[in-house]
Design a protein around this ligand. Structure first.
Ligand code: HAS
Length: 568
């Protein structure tokens, strides 16, 4: 049973590195969020170019996607993991490993930023061919990933020592959640490394002229879907470990929570072909198998919906709720001293629609209707832009406050952020989804002729959905600006306690936790099943992709992204 613990004092070097890890992505986010907002104004025809200083549609979209979906999430996964490991394992990080990891991540990010800002890497956050970037983009992205691996490798000796010292205690739930998150990350970034080292980097350096596009895309999506669970699982750690306590109750079942994380380890990787249903060269059987496994990966999220709702209901009852739904009203929605409740509840409410639309996407036949339409943007903003983003914002501010010793300022404003964001997103995303169902494209740089009543391509219904999406985006940008205001006020506040005192409120479990003999306290069997499933589901598709002949895609420094040039 997990009980409340005292804070853990972080060593000075790790404290400094963690402040960098938590602050740098928030600073970059100013650029990332700005370019997202510009996309919506551009798509509604309110502005004619999607950014300042001549930044074009694809460049702005690349900055938006790479900063928000890749840089922010990777830094957050690492700094949150660093905090969880130190707090629950009660050990400091290994200083040189921590310094190496942060150095690689910061260096890699800056290296990738230069070509993006110069317009030499307009390849979007999905960066697969035929779009091509300057080599420094790929090398920078690779260093960012390697830095996150180093962080993970640095946790293993701590974990081993803890297990030797606590042989009869199951791994703390938060630690299990983060270890599973990074195991998924480690496995799924291996195909990405292969794509980078053997396909993309030689091709962008001009060492080879031709590239196997289906193979590169299959390797990318081998990484690309598990990636979303690398984003999601830290949020689940917060929902299972912190939220029930902050809401005034207990975790309904630690056993269910452990099983959830382990099921993600098994099912989150062999599903990437659901992004490639429409691509030729891979037999339908394998796409069908991945569709089936995609439905399987929704099961741990359904379990989470049940377990978290039951924990919240318990919290409501502890706070005096009587009837069937009274517990909802009794939750501390507006308690400014427990901001993680507001950030978590808003994220969960968004994820109901975000998750359900994922199941629509997974259906082989429904996918034919919505693939590459605005529906997909609607879906992923309600997942990565909803629960994931809000947990990142809430926890980053809390970590910054703990690391610097500065109290969070503007607490009332702070809890307005998630609800405002949710309101904006509940306008933005459904508008994108309805637009998608009406045929509105997901990404478009085709002159936006649908906005011009004199054009034969004019579509009034698309104008309406584009404007609604822009209205939602205005509300979201207001929420983000309020958040930045709270952050700046916090930075400006004088420290009130020594910096580096980590503390996570930790929920006890209502039903007994699993004994150490239980299968849900072991990692190896689940890892074994995961590897077998990956081999079974990817062996043939990769062989099929390998058979495709390489295709020459012209590359010159003036024409770094040929497909974009063609569309223009
Ligand atoms: Fe997805 C495309 C299928 C989850 C992100 N997804 C994307 C893309 C992104 C993305 C970024 O099968 C676009 C990639 C690109 O650029 O092309 N997705 C799924 C499925 C799930 C899913 C089945 N996706 C996510 C998550 C993401 C994410 C999570 C980010 C973090 N997705 C797809 C498919 C595509 C796709 C296809 C490709 C489409 C195409 O054609 O291109 C599932 O994991 C979802 C399961 C989730 C649930 C929801 C459970 C609800 C919960 C909330 C409970 C609420 C409570 C509140 C407790 C079943 C846990 C109660 C409280 C009160 C107070 C009342």
């Amino acid at each position: 049973m997990e009980t409340r613990r005292e804070f853990f004092q972080v060593a000075p070097l790790s404290r400094l590195l963690m402040i960098i890890e938590v602050s740098l992505p928030i600073i970059l986010l100013l650029l990332g969020v700005y370019h997202g907002f510009m996309q919506t104004l551009y798509r509604a025809g309110i502005i004619q170019s999607s950014g300042f200083a001549g930044i074009n549609y694809y460049q702005g979209l690349t900055l938006h996607g790479v900063i928000n979906a890749v840089v922010l999430t990777t830094f957050f996964g690492v700094v949150f993991g660093n905090a969880i490991m130190q707090f629950y394992l009660r050990q400091p990080l290994i200083p040189w490993v921590h310094a190496l990891s942060t150095g690689l991540m910061v260096g890699g990010t800056l290296m990738a930023a230069v070509p993006m800002l110069l317009g030499l890497a307009d390849v979007l956050y999905t960066f697969y061919p035929p779009l091509k970037a300057h080599p420094t983009f790929y090398i920078g992205a690779t260093l960012l990933v390697v830095g996150s691996w180093v962080a993970f490798f640095g946790w293993i000796p701590l974990l081993r020592r803890w297990m030797q010292e606590n042989p009869n205690t199951p791994m703390p739930l938060a630690v299990l959640g983060m270890v599973v998150t990074f195991l998924i990350w480690l496995i799924c970034t291996i195909p990405l490394a292969v794509e980078m080292l053997f396909l993309l980097i030689p091709w962008s350096l001009g060492w080879v002229q031709a590239i196997n596009i289906p193979l590169a895309r299959t390797l990318f999506w081998f990484f690309g879907h598990p990636l979303v669970y690398f984003w999601l699982l830290p949020a689940y750690v917060v929902y299972y470990v912190i939220l029930p306590k902050a809401a005034g109750g207990k975790l309904y079942s630690a056993y269910a929570a452990r099983l959830t994380f382990l099921l993600f380890l098994v099912f989150s990787i062999p599903v990437g072909l659901h992004h490639q249903y429409t691509e030729p060269g891979i037999d339908r059987f394998w796409k069908g198998l991945h569709a089936l496994l995609t439905f399987a990966v929704a099961i741990p999220s359904f379990m989470t919906a049940f377990t978290v709702a039951a924990s919240l209901e318990h919290a409501g009852v502890q706070r005096g709720a009587k009837g069937l739904f009274d517990w909802i009203a009794k939750l501390p929605w507006l308690n400014a001293n427990r901001p993680m409740v507001a950030y978590s509840l808003a994220g969960l409410l968004i994820f109901i629609l975000g998750g359900l639309t994922g199941i629509v996407n997974a259906s082989y036949n429904l996918n034919q209707t919505i693939h590459n339409t605005g529906f997909i943007s609607g879906h992923f903003h309600m997942t990565v832009g909803g629960p994931v983003f809000l947990v990142i914002l809430g926890v980053s501010l809390e970590l910054f406050s703990q690391l610097t010793g500065k109290p969070i300022r503007g607490r009332g404003w702070n809890i307005a952020v998630p609800y405002l964001w949710a309101l904006g997103l509940y306008i933005f995303s459904p508008a994108m989804m309805v637009g998608g169902l009406l045929g509105q494209p997901r990404r478009t740089n085709m002159g936006l002729t649908y906005l011009d009543p004199s054009s034969p391509h004019f579509r009034l219904d698309w104008v309406v959905t584009s404007y609604l999406a822009a209205i939602g985006a205005v509300i979201m940008i207001v929420a983000f600006l309020v958040y930045i205001g709270v952050w700046v006020a916090t930075v400006a506040a004088p420290a009130e306690r020594p910096g580096g005192q980590l503390y996570f409120p930790t929920a006890e479990t209502l039903h007994q936790d699993a004994p150490t003999t239980s299968i849900v306290t072991k990692l190896r069997p689940w890892l074994g099943v995961a590897v077998v499933l990956i081999l079974l589901s990817y062996w043939v598709p990769l062989r099929q992709a390998l058979r495709t002949p390489d295709k020459a895609v012209p590359y010159t420094p003036d024409n770094p992204t040929p497909a974009v040039q063609v569309q223009k």
